[in-house]
Design a protein around this ligand. Structure first.
Ligand code: PLP
Length: 351
């Protein structure tokens, strides 16, 4: 019999989709695929951008859609960092998603890292360092992720506001909020923020809280100064008509997803309680669907082997200064229990 593999390495979703999504697929009229969307005649991009506009109270013109958050990130970096006679600069957090630097490299952008520092059981943005880097490097773009991957910490409203206030208006600011719905149910701050900071782009996705990474659907809200990006990004002939219908259904099924996010919050606590007491372990506070765990490096091979033997795939980090850590996606409560028990067993047997 083929061994069942549990993937807990890419922050995917082990709980399955909301039942409403199956309904959309069952009832989808394939004739719709024979035509481009007609909402274009109303000057709108998609029934989904229109729906998101209503939901967040933000004009449809300021809603961007993409093939996952990944696509919007890549597009915005390419749009503002490519070309010109002088190499352009992107600031990103030191510990962050490897992809940010890679997309800047694609267009010969210069990436400068600003530090995050460890405080107690969390990482924090170093606001003073960001300010100094902005003043020294004069970047074309500053990127923050909140919550950040892989550290799991997010910026408070006040911290975010402080940072946005000292970044010059000609610099594009991108906030990657792929995991934000786990940290904060309230989204009412987005509208005033993009109004106050017209150089701001806030990117979200259906891949994490809404658990549909395979759908490839991301969305973003942009401030009015970024209309160059709107033109760069908008698809003249519309968007995938199945995807946009699923997208609308997903937002309507928020209760299902909130319930699962609540289970994940319980399991974050469980990880803290169970693993923090093990010698050499430290579980960081996370506001996302994964947790970062520091472990004794001497145990790496044994932990890898034991988890693998149970079919559990987690991410052992290799990046500089964060290479004695593993990032574990929160799975179902049963899967999380198995990960914890497996780790505890390895540590117990090593005594
Ligand atoms: C920090 C961060 N941003 C964005 C994404 C993009 O996800 P997607 O392209 O599936 O929306 C990911 C995926 O892992 C991520 O970790």
């Amino acid at each position: 019999m083929k061994k069942e593999i549990t993937y807990l390495d890419r922050n995917e979703y082990n709980y399955g989709p909301a039942p409403e999504i199956g309904e959309v697929l069952k009832n989808f009229d394939p004739n719709k695929l024979c035509f481009y969307t007609r909402i274009y005649d109303e000057g709108k991009k998609s029934i989904l951008s229109d729906y998101i506009s209503e939901l967040y109270g933000i004009p449809e013109k300021q809603v961007i859609l993409g093939y996952g958050g990944e696509d919007i990130l890549k597009q915005v970096v390419h749009c503002f960092l490519a070309g010109g006679t002088k190499q352009k600069t992107l600031l990103i957090p030191k510990f962050s998603w490897w992809y940010y630097k890679s997309i800047a490299d694609e267009v010969n952008g210069r990436t400068i890292f600003y530090p995050l520092f460890e405080e107690g059981n969390t990482f924090k943005y170093d606001i003073q360092s960001i300010r100094e880097s902005v003043e020294k490097e004069k970047p074309e773009m500053v990127l923050m992720a909140s919550p950040n991957n892989p550290t799991g910490n997010s910026l408070t409203k006040e911290e975010l506001h402080e940072i946005l206030s000292f970044i010059p208006r000609e610099t594009v600011i991108v906030i990657d909020e792929a995991y934000a719905s786990f940290a904060n149910k309230d989204t009412s701050y987005i509208k005033p923020l993009i109004e106050e900071f017209p150089n701001l782009l806030i990117i979200r996705t259906l891949s994490k809280f809404y658990g549909l990474p395979g759908l490839r659907l991301g969305f973003a809200f942009m401030g009015a100064d970024l209309s160059v990006f709107l033109n760069y990004s908008t698809k003249y002939l519309g968007y995938n008509r199945i995807t946009e219908e699923i997208g609308v259904a997903v937002f309507k099924a928020s209760d299902y997803y909130q319930h699962i996010a609540d289970l994940m919050a319980e399991d974050r606590e469980l990880y803290m309680k169970e693993l923090n007491v093990l010698d050499g372990f430290k579980v960081y506070k996370s506001e996302a669907n994964f947790i970062l765990v520091k472990y004794p490096i001497a145990m790496k091979a044994k932990l890898q082997e034991a988890l693998k033997a149970k079919g559990l795939i987690v991410k052992f980090m290799n990046e500089e200064d964060i290479n004695t850590h593993m990032r574990i996606t929160l799975g179902t409560q049963k899967q999380n229990r198995l990960v914890i028990d497996t780790i505890k067993e390895v540590m117990l047997n090593s005594k």
